[in-house]
Design a protein around this ligand. Structure first.
Ligand SMILES: NC(=O)c1ccc[n+]([C@@H]2O[C@H](COP(=O)([O-])OP(=O)(O)OC[C@H]3O[C@@H](n4cnc5c(N)ncnc54)[C@H](O)[C@@H]3O)[C@@H](O)[C@H]2O)c1
Length: 338
C-alpha cells in the first residue's frame, strides 16, 4: 500500500475509534486541491461524506485529487474564492483552507494571499451563514509572529509579536484578519466557528521547486539530487514539524466536535532546529550533499513551538508520528514508492 493510502486509513480508523462520523454530511473545502486540503478530501470521502472542493489551482495541483474525480462524492469547482460564488445545495460544514502558504510565495503573490484570507474568507463565511453550516478556518502559527521567549511553547492566549508592514505581513496579518472575520461572524450572526492554528505541517504531496519549496520538501529534493542543502542563517532557528496524518486527525477532531468559538494549536511540541532537520534529511536519504548557509530573511521567527495542552485536553489529540518516521515516509513518497 502506498504511503498516502496507508496514512488515510490510519486517520480514518483512529477517528472511527473515537466514534467520529462525517457520513452523509456535505462539506465545502476551499483550497481542497492543495497539500492539506487534498488529504482532508481523501479522509472525508473515505468516511462517507460528500465533498465540494473549490480551488483556483494557484498553488494546488489537480494531481492531488485526480484519483477522486470519478468519485460521485467529490464535486470539484475551479474558482477563486475571493470572488463570490453561490450554491443551492445545502452544506453542513465549510472548511476555509484556500491560501498560498510558502514563504517564497509571500514575495511574489502578496495581494493574492491577502485576498484569500480576507475577501476569500468573507465569501466562505457568507456561504456558511447562508447554509447555517459549521465553519473551520485553517489559521497558522504565523499569527504569533516572532514570539517572546517567555511564550515558548506558545499558548493560544498569546497575542503575537507581528510586524504589520514586514515581508511576511501579507500572510501573518491576513491570517490575523481572517481570524477576526471568523470571530465577527460568530459574534454578529451566531455562526458555529472554530479556528485551527497549524504549525509547520509536512508530508507527501508537498510541492518542491522555487516558490513552492517549503523547508522539508526543499531539503529532501536537494538531498536526493545531491545539490547543496540550503539553510538560512546558522540553522539554529527552530520549528515544530507535524506529519500530515497527525495534522489532519487534529483538524478533523476539532471539526467534528461541539467546540463553538474554540481556537486550537495543532502541532508537534518537539522543537527541532533547521540545522538538525538538514542533517536528519541528509542521513535518511544517504545523500552526499553539502549543507550551505545563506543570510536569514528579515523577520524570520527564531523559535516556533506550540503549547498543545488545549488540543490534548479538548480534542484528546497528540502527535503520534516522530520526525524521523515522518521524514522517512515523505522520502519514500518523493522517491516514487507512492
Ligand atoms: N502546511 C503548513 O505547514 C501550514 C501551516 C500553517 C497554516 N497552513 C494553512 O493551511 C492551508 C492549506 O495550506 P497548504 O499547506 O495545504 O498549502 P497549499 O498551497 O498546498 O494549498 C492551498 C490551496 O489553496 C488554493 N488557493 C489559494 N488561493 C486560492 C483562492 N483565492 N481561491 C481558491 N483556491 C485558492 C491553492 O491553489 C491550493 O490548492 C492554508 O490556509 C495555509 O495557510 C498550512
Amino acid at each position: 500500500m502506498n504511503v498516502i493510502n496507508e496514512g488515510v486509513r490510519e486517520i480514518v480508523s483512529s477517528l472511527k475509534e473515537e466514534g467520529i462520523s462525517f457520513s452523509d454530511l456535505h462539506i465545502l473545502i476551499t483550497g481542497g486541491a492543495g497539500f492539506i486540503g487534498s488529504w482532508t478530501c481523501d479522509v472525508l470521502i473515505e468516511m462517507g461524506a460528500r465533498v465540494t472542493c473549490i480551488d483556483s489551482l494557484v498553488s494546488g495541483q489537480m494531481s492531488n485529487i485526480e484519483h477522486l474525480l470519478n468519485n460521485e462524492n467529490l464535486n470539484f469547482i475551479e474558482h477563486d474564492i475571493s470572488k463570490p460564488i453561490y450554491f443551492k445545495e445545502k452544506f453542513d460544514i465549510v472548511m476555509h483552507m484556500a491560501s498560498r502558504a510558502s514563504p517564497f510565495e509571500f514575495d511574489k503573490f502578496p495581494i493574492q494571499i491577502l485576498k484569500a484570507n480576507t475577501m476569500g474568507i468573507w465569501v466562505a463565511l457568507g456561504i456558511a451563514k447562508e447554509h447555517n453550516a459549521r465553519f473551520l478556518y485553517t489559521s497558522t502559527s504565523e499569527v504569533y509572529g516572532d514570539p517572546d521567549e517567555s511564550f515558548i511553547p506558545t499558548p493560544e492566549t498569546y497575542n503575537g509579536n507581528v510586524n504589520p508592514i514586514g515581508p511576511r505581513s501579507c500572510y501573518d496579518e491576513s491570517k490575523r484578519a481572517g481570524e477576526a472575520f471568523v470571530k465577527a461572524y460568530e459574534l454578529q450572526h451566531g455562526l458555529d466557528t472554530r479556528i485551527v492554528r497549524i504549525f509547520n505541517s509536512y508530508g507527501p504531496r508537498m510541492r518542491t521547486g522555487d516558490i513552492y519549496g517549503r523547508v522539508v520538501p526543499r531539503f529532501i529534493d536537494q538531498a536526493l539530487k545531491g545539490e547543496p542543502i540550503t539553510v538560512f542563517g546558522d540553522g539554529s532557528q527552530t520549528r515544530s514539524f507535524t506529519y500530515i496524518t497527525d495534522q489532519i486527525e487534529g483538524i478533523l477532531r476539532l471539526t467534528s466536535m461541539d467546540a463553538k468559538g474554540e481556537v486550537v494549536n495543532i502541532g508537534n511540541d518537539k522543537e527541532t532546529s533547521i540545522l538538525e532537520l538538514a542533517e536528519l534529511v541528509k542521513r535518511l536519504t544517504g545523500s552526499q550533499s553539502k549543507i550551505t548557509f545563506y543570510p536569514l530573511p528579515k523577520d524570520d521567527p527564531k523559535r516556533r513551538c506550540p503549547d498543545i495542552s488545549k488540543a490534548k485536553r479538548l480534542l484528546k489529540w497528540k502527535p503520534k508520528v516522530s520526525l524521523e518516521e515522518g521524514i522517512k515516509k515523505t522520502i519514500k513518497w518523493f522517491t516514487g514508492a507512492r
